[in-house]
Write a protein that binds this ligand. Structure first.
Ligand SMILES: Cc1cc2nc3c(=O)[nH]c(=O)nc-3n(C[C@H](O)[C@H](O)[C@H](O)COP(=O)(O)O)c2cc1C
Length: 337
């Protein structure tokens, strides 16, 4: 009975994504490449390739590589500030990618039309209700609402508050996926009952057997508890940086030094604000690579959400999804009893 209710509550999400369970594997730079993405889609979820700083040629190869590992649908995450955004959209279109997730703010001029014109569905992040309404008016097909419990770049508001504020207002207008801090199926059941079409998880998938993250990166996740996943601090009020949630380590101090360096360049007029912010984003991409790929979890950035405390072992994606679904179904059954 719990299973039936779960599938009924996920129906809108699964129909929209074209998969069996309405769980998106949130794109994670360096982690969400062909192996993890294909594994999530093969297990019935919806994998999303993190394009991050990839060139169009690299994205082309990654999509082809993913297609070689799965015949199930998957998506591509593009970042709005990427200088080659139009070319990246065209690469997705040539491959017939069905869903593009656009991160990093409102879609730049022309990108929404370009994505939808290719026949792909467009999923955007809505950090506040007013922005969600604006995005809906502009014609996006689905939204992700992500709270500050999440790993990686974060907004200021928690998932539970965003869900309460936004779902009653927008869940009947388009599919909404809730992200940030989800570690167990009971929480998934709760958000579905509040009107979400599905959920997006990142942290829980990092230690999947199929994830290519370095063994040190996975070990750091397995050891960490919720309170170890902290948000970066902005040290200079003139240089607004988007906070990043990652495990506490010596890399935190490196970021403080980087901010000082960039703020000084800004003061001396050597860089403009947009360039300063881009330098910060390049710093994060490099620091994350250092930890995920090279395994330097002391000086690199170990981006992780607060649900990291619920990651206790390396296990296949199929086992992670099955456990989440069993917990969700049991919770729904209990509530109905
Ligand atoms: C290591 C790591 C890297 C991430 N990189 C990206 C990224 O490149 N683009 C993006 O849109 N989100 C990124 N995220 C956010 C995830 O896609 C997802 O929304 C988030 O992890 C969900 O919250 P959770 O970590 O609490 O499950 C990243 C998260 C982590 C943990």
């Amino acid at each position: 009975m719990g299973q039936d209710r779960l599938h009924a509550l996920m129906a809108r999400g699964t129909a929209f994504l074209g998969c069996e369970v309405a769980v998106l594997g949130g794109a994670m730079s360096w982690v969400s490449e062909r192996n993890l993405v294909a594994a999530i889609s093969n297990a019935g979820g919806f994998g999303v390739i993190a394009c991050g700083a990839m060139t169009p040629a690299l994205l082309d190869a990654e999509i082809a590589g993913t297609k070689a590992l799965t015949d199930k649908p998957f998506g591509v995450n593009l970042i709005t500030m990427h200088p080659d955004l139009s070319e990246l959209i065209d690469v997705c279109a040539r491959h017939g990618v069905g869903h593009v997730v656009l991160a990093g703010g409102l879609p730049p001029a022309g990108s929404l039309e370009r994505i939808k014109g290719s026949g792909a569905k467009l999923i955007c992040f809505a950090p506040a209700l007013a922005l969600a309404k604006k995005l809906i008016r502009s014609g996006v097909d689905a939204l992700v609402i992500e709270g500050m419990e999440a790993g990686g770049h974060i907004g200021p508001v928690s998932t539970s508050v965003l869900a309460q504020e936004m779902l009653p207002e927008i869940a009947d207008k388009l599919p909404v996926f809730v992200a940030g801090g989800i570690g167990r199926g009971e929480a998934i059941a709760g958000y579905l009952e509040m009107g979400a079409a599905g959920v997006q998880l990142g942290t829980r998938f990092v230690c999947a057997t199929e994830s290519i993250a370095h063994a040190n990166f996975k070990r750091a996740f397995i050891r960490a508890s919720a309170r170890d996943a902290v948000a970066s601090v902005q040290i200079d009020p003139r240089l607004p940086v988007i906070p990043v949630r990652a495990l506490k380590n010596a890399g935190g101090e490196l970021f403080t030094a980087k901010q000082r360096e960039v703020a000084q360049s800004l003061d001396e007029g050597r860089v403009a604000m947009a360039e300063a912010q881009l330098q910060i984003e390049h710093y994060w991409a490099g620091a994350l690579r250092r930890a995920v790929v090279d395994g330097d979890v002391e000086h690199g950035s170990v981006m992780a959400g607060q649900s990291v405390g619920m990651v206790s072992r390396e296990e296949p994606v199929a086992a992670i999804l099955a456990e989440l679904m069993t917990q969700a179904a049991a919770a729904l059954e209990k509530r109905a009893a």
